[in-house]
Design a protein around this ligand. Sequence first.
Ligand SMILES: *Cc1c(COP(=O)(O)O)cnc(C)c1O
Length: 399
Amino acid sequence: MASQQGRHFLQIPGPSPVPDRVLRAMDMPVIDHRSAEFAKLGREVLDGAKSVFKTSQPVVIYPSSGTGAWEAAIVNTLSPGDTVLMAETGHFATLWRQIAGRFGIEVDFIPGDWRRGADPAAIEAKLAEDRGYKIKAVMVVHNETSTGSTSRIAEIRKAIDKAGHPALFMVDTISSLASVDYRHDEWQVDVTVSGSQKGLMLPPGLSFNAISEKAMAASRANKMPRSYWDWQEMVKINANGFFPYTPATNLLYGLREAVRMLHEEGLDAVFARHERLAAATRSAVKAWGLEILCENPAEYSPVLTAVLMPPSHDADHYRKVALEKFNISLGSGLGKVAGKVFRIGHLGECNELTLLGALSGVEMGLAAAGVPHRSGGVQAAMAALESREEANTPKVAVA
Ligand SMILES: *Cc1c(COP(=O)(O)O)cnc(C)c1O
């Protein structure tokens, strides 16, 4: 077995590596969550979260995984017997659909082949047909983490408007927030769901709902029983920087630091960095002669790249070899693509050299596991990064 010294390469599309700055910011004594000191932290993180969702409306923060925030979006706005429209983009869309189903929601699930994002035209057609406004919400996964396809949320907003349909618009940004351009207010999203452990560069354990006035009004009128996830109590108490129950205090210290880091770099620069690293990764995959799962270049994910294994090669065996020999964790295939794809995460705390290190591990792993491929992927990634260097170089004013 090769050396396991040095830092582990956590190259899955979430949880993503946590920056040292964030780890240090969390290394704090736990404080009284009813104190004035806490209220200051609470207000800072609630405002900071708004700046990342690009909203002036309430954002609530739950001590939970992203799955909790999925459930929160549903139980606050929908009731058993309601119909919603969803798109089968992959495993995560399928899971969100299942949760809705468990609460007695009827899901009209637009079928998909897991190789592209949600189709705005198909959504528009479904809504245009629904003259009686049976559909209460359109629910879409922004970045489908199981496939590496990113849905075009601004275009889906336009499709809803073109159909003139009053449905709520709910978007899962668990793996896209702070990695891919996202605008809760401008795109008039009613509920944006997110989580801490992907683009936000935090450990797992926080989740979010950004909530429009329309969604808030729907929740006030909604009779679905709920307690822990209820927005009303949360928003009331958040106004003073507090939480109705014990918050994940130390993760909030981390969140405060992560938001600072994002704004120091600039959100647009963060998004451009993700695009650059994703493009370099795709150059490597093409040079290896392997196939990218996402078939629509307009929907290539800036967050991760899912790679199809050549027929009769098992992706999980390959990932095991890469882990044992090179200390790199790659994402597994989920749901119906289990064993057929592996996923390279390039999100959050990631730069040119960490990406090239990761791609070296992927390429050496392919050789070690006997997966047919051409060499030269890392070289191709370097060339792609060099050709985009100009975009990467900060403009320094010369006095
Ligand atoms: C990770 C992820 C989830 C699930 O989040 P958990 O924190 O594991 O509960 C949901 N949707 C998407 C798009 C994800 O990437």
